[in-house]
Ligand binder design. Structure first.
Ligand code: G3P
Ligand code: MG
Length: 254
């Protein structure tokens, strides 16, 4: 894939840290992503009940831990007692949910770039966008490349811009790319869109790229599909299949 000045990050991004190799949104996942040769990881960040930015995809902890309840109603001490690894397999039993601080240390020490997806618990969009952006600006100060912030939540992206306007942002799109995507992306001061592979048809991709926006596509788990998307000019793909969709896969080398 060609490099593009508007997209200074790598073209291959490990989804939720390490895709299917490890429990999503943990340090073990990020280490697995790095070990698989990925130099950029995506992960989901929200706030605990007492305001700690930490990694979790869902509103609730049930699916990925041995606990119960909404992230926004559990304080950081209570979250710290939960096992976020055992659901994936015994090798990961006891793996905690990491704070954004721990993730900044882990990724920066390894030279791994970050896409921080701001994933507010329902109703907490503004506070989550503000805290995550403010802390990201502090934690990545002086980094060779800034983290890319992204969100489905336009309120979170507005709050992120108000808190740390210098950090680049991308608008995540759920479902088909809407006709007014350009106005929404530009109105939020975002560099581009991150879209679902199910809706990344050639017309949508060429429209987005032709209007000068950046485009990353999630999740691309087939190397042939990645090749097609790069052929159309896509800047990056997120993958859960780290052993198949990677920079050294046949035909996918930069
Ligand atoms: O940021 C890309 C992708 O992670 C968005 O979907 O549900 O996996 O967070 P989801
Ligand atoms: Mg995500």
């Amino acid at each position: 894939p060609p490099s593009h000045p508007a997209w200074p990050w790598p073209a291959f991004i490990a989804h939720r840290g390490g895709g299917r190799l490890a429990p999503e949104n943990t340090l073990a996942a990020i280490r697995a992503g790095a070990a698989a040769g990925f130099s950029m990881v995506e992960y989901d960040v929200k706030l605990s009940g007492d305001g700690m930015p930490f990694l979790l995809h869902d509103d609730t902890v049930e699916r990925t831990s041995n606990g119960r309840g909404l992230a926004s109603e559990l304080d950081w001490r209570a979250l710290g007692r939960l096992d976020f690894g055992g659901w994936h397999g015994p090798d990961f039993a006891g793996e905690p949910a990491p704070s954004l601080y721990a993730v900044a240390r882990c990724t920066r020490a390894r030279g791994i770039h970050s896409n921080i997806e701001i994933k507010p618990t329902t109703g907490h969009d503004t506070a989550t966008g503000a805290v995550v952006a403010r802390e990201a600006a502090r934690l990545w100060a002086g980094a060779a490349l800034p983290p890319l912030l992204s969100s489905f939540s336009e309120a979170a992206l507005e709050a992120a811009r108000a808190a740390a306007s210098e950090l680049p942002r991308a608008l995540l799109i759920e479902g088909p790319v809407p006709a007014d995507w350009r106005a929404r992306q530009q109105g939020l001061g975002c560099i581009g869109l991150n879209i679902d592979v199910q809706h990344a048809d050639e017309a949508a991709v060429r429209d987005i790229l032709g209007q000068g926006a950046t485009l990353a596509v999630w999740t691309v788990d087939d190397p042939g599909q990645a090749r097609t998307l790069f052929g159309w000019g896509c800047h990056a793909v997120f993958t859960d299949e780290l052993h198949h969709v990677r920079a050294d896969a046949p035909g996918l080398a930069r």
